[in-house]
Design a protein around this ligand. Sequence first.
Ligand code: ZN
Length: 369
Amino acid sequence: MRSIRIGRVMGIPLELHSTFIWLILGIVVFLAVFDPSNFIPTLMLLFFLFVSVFLHELFHSVAAAGRGARVEKIILLPIGGISIAEKMPERPVDEFLIAVAGPAFNFLAVFLILLAVSALPQLPWPHSLFAGQETSSEAFNSAIMQFPLFALFWVNLVLGVFNLFIPALPMDGGRVLRAILGKLLGFNRATRIVSRISSVIAAVLFIAGFLLGNIMLLIIAVFVFLGASQESEMVAIKETMEGAGFRHVLNRKPAAAKPGESLLSAFRKMNKYNRTSLFIREKGRYAYISSEMLAGIGHKKWKTKKVSGVMKEIPAMQEGDASAKILAAMLSKGLPFVPIEKKGRFRGIAEEAEISNLYRLRRVAKGRE
Ligand code: ZN
């Protein structure tokens, strides 16, 4: 599922996941047809959800930056967001602090709203519902629709509780649990245990969602299931590749293109070297251009369009410090190669086929295959 870039905040690209867009469109259409009187309040609720998820993620990102991790991008989902960091924080204390920072925003918002309401009794607020005089779900639903502040309160309470108190990866609660277990058992074992717990929780959420007819629970179940298996895959890659040397698989003189070159000239180079991707290096950053990218652009534009307008940036890996994230991206998503640096200096590229062979040989060596 894709996400769409909507902007940048504090230098961090912000993306909206397609499920969020589908949810909004679905609800807008549904309301317009079946329930026009609730149209505006529901849109407001969605807006609150969007803002709260965004600030939740921003708190994660600020905490991550504070612990020395660079945040690559933030993806907003209806049930929370994902901050994608370049390197996973593996020190338990870092992971713990980054994980609790998001829900901390939601609980802070809840606290501030309660404070404001008690200090300013004239604020519109469903006091009777809150005092427990009315407890029906109709009263609750109408309070959500009538009182924006109550809606904001509720959205943040649900986000905070769901994210912090479900001990399943990739939710914040799972990260907190992994940090605590990691302190005792080490990161890899902790990840495996929490992944297993997460699969059980995913199954329970799925059954609960099915029995209660709650689509949100079903979505969370799938999200947890996918996230947890991804985390355990990362650990498997990391354990397999730990201590791997790349020197013998390096291509030190890769077929390269220049950012200012035309696409036509890049394509000619691909043919000349019989390569479907070319390496690009500019000002300490690395990128690649592939024949697939060229195929997506009309031949007529190849003469005028430049490589810099098409190329995709590619992260570098340090020799002796294999990044599971980059390797996972390579093995599953088909990055054509990864640039390898030693002490910040470019050494060469390790191509996908070489990495994949290295991975398989190491699995055999470690008795995993
Ligand atoms: Zn979070």
